[in-house]
Write a protein that binds this ligand. Structure first.
Ligand SMILES: Nc1ncnc2c1ncn2[C@@H]1O[C@H](COP(=O)(O)OP(=O)(O)O)[C@@H](O)[C@H]1O
Ligand code: SF4
Ligand SMILES: [Mg+2]
Length: 314
């Protein structure tokens, strides 16, 4: 494995119709650790998650740079290389289980597919393992749920099923894209705790896409803050939360603090259109500390210990 990393993006640029939705992203995750990607909607978090699963391909997108999962290069890899990886070495939980599950397939069919494909299990073994998996994600009377169709389950139950599918073959890496944002607030925490418990039980690594810095600090060892397709700050979760260096991260933290029922004002302004990005720092139009240099030159990432920040005036 590359220096013990389960995931490594190197100068990854992803373009859709010529526009860079990810711009020169480099990021690594050592095996056994958890990473949270955070940032406003449109920052490129899901694009990075899909790229890691090898789900982005020409001609819809063009990719430059690399992504390695363990020792396997994903960019440009054939389906023959990717198929055994997906589901077996890496699993993905999507934001909306009702959209990710096939409405025409039962819970058993969903769970059996990866078990048959990657583990070569027969019918009886698939059924037995499917029951164990449902029990492991907290589904009561699992045997009686096997014949259910997705629409017969609550949103929380569907999300539990998707977690069971993603973890069916005990992947080394789990990628969870806003795994609870489609759920009722009351069960969001339960599901998040469940995902973490299962990841820890398997000794796996995880990348969580979240939009909440406080939650990121609770679930992840490291945090990468994304803005307009770039990583602007990355480091140990607590350090980023307690002493954010990038003005955007500071804004995210401030807007996450609640006073009674009232949230502090979110960061002023909006993310520029990807097709009309400013030439220097992409955050400059919204940044109170912006200087002439910020508007003219892109700030390179500056490494400080095991953290880095891309800002001329951190
Ligand atoms: N299928 C798509 N077609 C065209 N543009 C897309 C598509 N998916 C994402 N984008 C664009 O790529 C950018 C990054 O999106 P995304 O990765 O979904 O961000 P996030 O997950 O951080 O909200 C956004 O500007 C979005 O509009
Ligand atoms: S480089 Fe300049 S504009 Fe960009 S975040 Fe830092 S201070 Fe603000
Ligand atoms: Mg997203």
């Amino acid at each position: 494995m590359t220096g013990g990393d389960i995931f490594r993006a190197e100068h990854l640029t992803v373009r859709r119709r010529g526009v860079a939705v990810l711009d020169d992203v480099s990021l690594r995750l050592p095996a056994g650790r958890t990473l949270a990607l955070i940032g406003e909607s449109g920052a490129g978090k899901s694009t990075l998650a899909y790229a890691a699963m090898g789900l982005l391909r020409p001609p819809e997108v063009s990719l430059e740079g690399g992504i390695r999962i363990g020792d396997t290069e994903i960019v440009g890899a054939s389906e023959r290389t990717l198929q055994p990886l997906r589901g077996a070495r890496m699993g993905m939980i999507f934001q909306d289980a009702s959209a990710a599950l096939n409405p025409c397939f039962t819970v058993l069919t969903h769970l059996a597919e990866p078990l048959r494909r990657h583990r070569g299990l027969g019918r009886a073994a698939c059924r037995e393992r499917a029951i164990e998996l449902l029990a492991s994600v907290g589904i009561a009377e699992p045997a009686s749920r096997l014949s259910a169709y997705p629409h017969e389950l609550s949103g929380g139950m569907q999300q539990r099923v998707m977690i069971a599918i993603a973890l069916a073959c005990e992947p080394r890496l789990l990628i969870a894209d806003e795994p609870t944002s489609a759920l009722d607030v009351t069960i969001q925490a339960q599901i998040m705790v469940l995902v973490l418990e299962r990841v820890r039980a398997l000794g796996a690594s995880a990348i969580f896409v979240l939009h909440d810095l406080a939650l990121a600090t609770q679930v992840a060892d490291r945090v990468a803050v994304m803005y307009a397709g770039q990583i602007v700050e990355e480091g140990p979760a607590r350090a980023v939360m307690n002493a954010p260096k990038h003005p955007y991260t500071r804004g995210l933290r401030a807007s996450a603090i609640e006073f009674g029922a009232r949230r502090l004002a979110p960061i002023a302004g909006v993310v520029p259109a990807l097709s009309a990005m400013p030439p220097g720092c992409r955050f400059a139009p919204r940044c109170a500390s912006a200087s002439a240099r910020c508007r003219a030159e892109r700030p390179p990432p500056t490494v400080d210990g095991d953290a880095r920040v891309a800002c001329w005036h951190p």
